[in-house]
Design a protein around this ligand. Structure first.
Ligand code: C2E
Ligand code: CA
Ligand code: CA
Length: 858
């Protein structure tokens, strides 16, 4: 199989066609806008420039016109002033007749040139001759020309020699006027001899009216040349007359070709822009529609491509992240692919194994892997457990799953389950054996006993059960400590095991209680001889360090089929016989005998007492709080029943629950427990739950669901706050029935915990199949800890498995701070035990809740 390509090109995000088209249309529109703006700007600029040029030109012509006017007045005044006759008739003496009447310097100047004032100022600066508006007059030149007159006279006389006239602009009566002046000289006339005094000055005044200016302007192509009004003074097209504008200013209308251009060009550009916009919009609409279609088809292409890339990446991630290794074999069963994990998990190298037959590496319990693979109709979802030997020579276990490939090969995963299998084996072993002595425990005993009883023992070949209890063991424990007690138990276990034959069983079922099952003893004598030997072997001294310890034993004997054919009965009878042996003086043995039935009588009494007790309120409930280990907060409490017997005092449940179970009183008892517990718990703070114990027999007798439901409804407790503790025996008896009931209970919202985990059978499979919420590790695990640290990994494994199955793991029997510390270190969720709190009566428990509520602590 080809390696999945290592660098999957991360898909470059593709821009949609719609967006590309939008963007380009936008760009295009932007460009056009730019072009139009530029055009607009150019038109504006051009217009402005045209106008400015016109302005400058018209100003130039205006100036030219004014200068021409000046020249003309200067020429005229020159003609009249540098003239011998004028000298004779206007300087030497004022000859009005010559000047005015004969019209030499008189009205014609007004009529022809429009000079409204003609003055002659004599050598003494007196106005000697004046003609105003063509009429002879006596107006003084200084009334018209004011302060400008002396300067004018000086300049005119200065020009006498060179015959240059002078001109100036003056304001006369609020109107601008052009004044021309020249000294009167004989000119080229040889007949006249000039005198020595200052010459007289001839002055022509041309007052500029709008008519005259208009005509003047027209001559020079300046439109409407006129005197500027005050408002026009600050604008353009102004020509200033005289120094600092004393004479006033001219104004004209320059042509405005730019304005015309604007009036025409701008609307045209606007219309063009509008048209282009409309076109762009139409194009955008059409192209967007087709781009959408394009995008949609690309999208679907992309989706399929990226799905492929994702699944490839996912496959690679899974292959690399998973602790499993992945394999493929061809039709001949040879490896064609091994994932990298193969090396780190197995320690073997890939090149060495690629091409090698799979069967050479792995074998299943039943045969070769290829045999398993070729099972007809093999279900692909079922895996097989295989073994192989790793590089260190250690056997490892792996779970193989496989699927057929098209080319007759197979591919699949291999999960290393060595640790899991190991820890399960250990748990299973521990669940059936006593960890201190290694002897089978009560569970194994029951199994063994049931097995033996099934083979139907006869009177000739009876099944013998010895119930053996050590004497004086308690004092060893008390005086020498638990370690010594453990050593004694170990020693005695060894001695007992040595005294029985292969195929018999020695079980330790309690602190110092043992049960032996023997099958090939014939008759009472042989049994008695064995008992004798057992007691002797136990009595022989045991060395504990420097000390010698002496213990003894009592034995009770029951036999099948003579005494009973049922395991429980047999155990009970052997117990009764043991009781007799103990009261018979210890270090002895007793066979069960019918008269020992007094015990049974006794039991019957207890039975009827119990019936009475349930009815008349002699039962009590104690509550043992359960705490969250991580923060020490109380999370709930387990209800534990007691019997307040009028004569015998408070009886523990172990004494009467079995009786209740056997007689069927358990239903009434359990109803009372549930009703009372739920009722009471409904008054607790909401976060606290209550758990009650159920007997396996309650599952058998139907109506459990209804009973629980009724108790929940009566108390109005929130079902989520109710937990039921059940033991594995429930599932042993009728697994499908139990599953059905548990599922129904779960639908009501009730929680279910497996109680006493670790004492029963192969609990794992039950945990997996049944809908448990929690798991309570039996207190025996913790109590063993004090002696040896052996169980720590087992507790850890149980917690781990519990978590793997999403169960809340609770440890029971926390008796020391060390226990608590250990549980905390293995991340156990919850715990209960004497160290945290003993079971409390209702008063005590209510007080605890009050304290917890007020202090907020536990
Ligand atoms: P269990 O369900 O395993 O209950 C826990 C037992 O362990 C209680 O004994 C409790 O007092 C005891 N215990 C708690 N902490 C410690 C500790 O730190 N060290 C030690 N050595 N023991 C501790 P209890 O109350 O005598 O109950 C014995 C058994 O009787 C219970 O075992 C349960 O199986 C049964 N039982 C109690 N109440 C009921 C009931 O209402 N209905 C049924 N069906 N069975 C009940
Ligand atoms: Ca319990
Ligand atoms: Ca328990």
């Amino acid at each position: 199989m080809p390696e999945p390509s290592t660098a999957i090109a991360s898909p470059v995000p593709r821009r949609s066609s719609v967006s590309i088209i939008r963007a380009s249309v936008l760009k295009f529109v932007g460009l056009l806008t730019g072009v139009f703006l530029l055009a607009g700007y150019l038109v504006l600029y051009l217009a402005h420039d045209l106008d400015r040029n016109e302005e400058t030109e018209s100003a130039f012509y205006t100036q030219k016109a004014v200068r021409a006017l000046e020249k003309s007045i200067a020429a005229t005044v020159k003609d009249y002033a540098f003239w011998g006759d004028a000298y004779k008739h206007l300087h030497t003496r004022i000859d009005t007749d010559w000047a005015y009447v004969r019209q030499n310097v008189g009205p014609t100047l007004y009529a022809d040139f429009g000079f409204r004032g003609i003055f002659v100022v004599d050598a003494a600066d007196h106005t000697a001759y004046s003609v105003v508006d063509g009429q002879l007059s006596s107006v003084d030149a200084s009334t018209w020309l004011k302060h400008g007159l002396p300067d004018l006279l000086t300049q005119a006389r200065a020009g006498a020699e060179a015959e240059t006239p002078t001109t100036l602009f003056a304001n006369i009566g609020g109107r601008p006027a052009l004044v021309g002046a020249a000294a009167i000289t004989p000119g080229t006339d040889p007949t006249v001899t000039p005198d020595d005094g200052p010459p007289s000055v001839l002055i022509f005044v041309d007052i500029l009216g709008d008519d005259r200016l208009g005509t003047l302007g027209k001559d020079y192509g300046v439109d409407e040349l006129r005197i500027a009004t005050a408002a026009e003074l600050n604008g353009p097209s102004v020509f200033v007359l005289g120094e600092n504008g004393v004479a006033g200013s001219l104004h004209w209308n320059p042509p405005k070709p730019g304005e015309r251009l604007l009036g025409l060009g701008l609307p045209l550009i606007g219309i063009a822009a509008l048209l282009v916009c409309l076109m762009a919009w139409a194009i955008l609409r059409r192209t967007t529609a087709s781009a959408r279609a394009l995008d949609a088809s690309y999208q679907s292409l992309q989706t399929s491509q990226s799905a492929l890339a994702i699944s490839e990446a996912r496959f690679r991630d899974v292959v690399e992240a998973s602790s499993d290794w992945i394999w493929e074999i061809d039709h001949a069963g040879r490896f064609t692919y091994l994932s990298e994990r193969f090396e780190s998990v197995t320690g073997l190298t890939r090149p060495e194994w690629l091409g090698a037959p799979m069967d050479q590496l792995l074998c299943t319990e039943l045969g070769t892997v290829t045999q398993w693979l070729s099972i007809p109709n093999r279900r692909p979802d079922i895996s097989v457990q295989c073994r192989y030997v790793d590089t260190q020579g250690q056997e490892r276990i792996t779970r193989l799953s496989a699927r057929a490939m098209a080319d007759q090969g197979f591919r699949g995963t291999a999960t290393d389950v060595t640790e899991e299998v190991e820890s399960r084996r250990r748990i299973e072993f521990l669940s059936q054996h006593d960890s201190l002595t290694g002897l089978p425990n009560r569970t194994r005993l029951r199994e063994f006993l049931d097995g033996k009883l099934k083979t139907q023992p006869t009177a000739e070949r009876p099944l013998v059960m010895l119930s053996l209890d050590l004497d004086r063991f308690k004092s060893v424990n008390d005086l020498l400590g638990h370690a010594a007690g453990d050593a004694v138990l170990n020693e005695i276990s060894g001695r007992l095991a040595n005294r029985v034959r292969h195929g018999d069983l020695v079980a330790r079922i309690g602190g110092d209680e043992f049960v032996l099952i023997l099958t090939d003893l014939k008759g009472q004598d042989e049994v008695e001889m064995l008992c004798q030997r057992l007691i002797e072997s136990i009595e022989s001294p045991i060395r504990i360090g420097e000390q010698e310890v002496f213990v003894g034993a009592s034995i009770g004997i029951a036999m099948a089929p003579t005494d009973a054919t049922e395991a429980t009965e047999l155990l009970r009878y052997a117990d009764i016989a043991l009781y007799e042996a103990k009261s018979g003086g210890r270090n002895t043995w007793r066979f069960y005998a019918g008269d020992m039935n007094s015990k049974i009588v006794e039991r019957r009494r207890l039975e009827s007492d119990l019936r009475f007790a349930i009815k008349h309120g002699e039962l009590r409930l104690h509550f043992q709080p359960r705490f969250r280990i991580a923060d020490g907060k109380m999370v709930g409490a387990e209800a534990l029943v007691r019997w307040q017997h009028p004569e015998r005092g408070l009886i523990p449940p172990d004494t009467f629950i079995p009786i209740a179970e056997e007689t069927g009183l358990i239903l009434a008892l359990s109803n009372w427990v549930m009703e009372t517990a739920f009722q009471y718990a409904s008054s607790w703070p909401d976060q606290l739950f209550v758990s009650v114990n159920l007997s396996p027999s309650e599952f058998k007798r139907g109506s459990l669901v209804e009973r629980v439901q009724r108790a929940v409804q009566q108390s109005r407790i929130e079902p989520g706050r109710v937990e039921l503790e059940i033991t594995e025996n429930v599932m042993l008896d009728d697994a499908p029935g139990a599953l059905e009931i548990m599922r129904t209970l779960k639908r009501l919202g009730i929680r279910i915990a497996m109680d006493d985990f670790g004492t029963g059978y192969s609990s794992l499979s039950y945990l997996r199949t049944f809908p448990f919420d929690g798991l309570k590790i039996d207190r025996s695990f913790l109590s063993r800890l004090t002696a040896t640290e052996d169980d720590r990994p087992v507790i850890e494994a149980i917690v781990g498995l519990g978590h793997a199955l999403s169960l809340t793991v609770t440890a029971e029997g926390i008796e020391t701070p060390e226990h608590l510390e250990l549980l905390r270190s293995v991340l156990c969720d919850e715990g209960q035990g004497y160290f945290l709190s003993r079971p409390l009566d209702m008063e005590g428990f209510s007080a605890l809740i009050r304290v917890t509520e007020t202090t907020g602590e536990t």
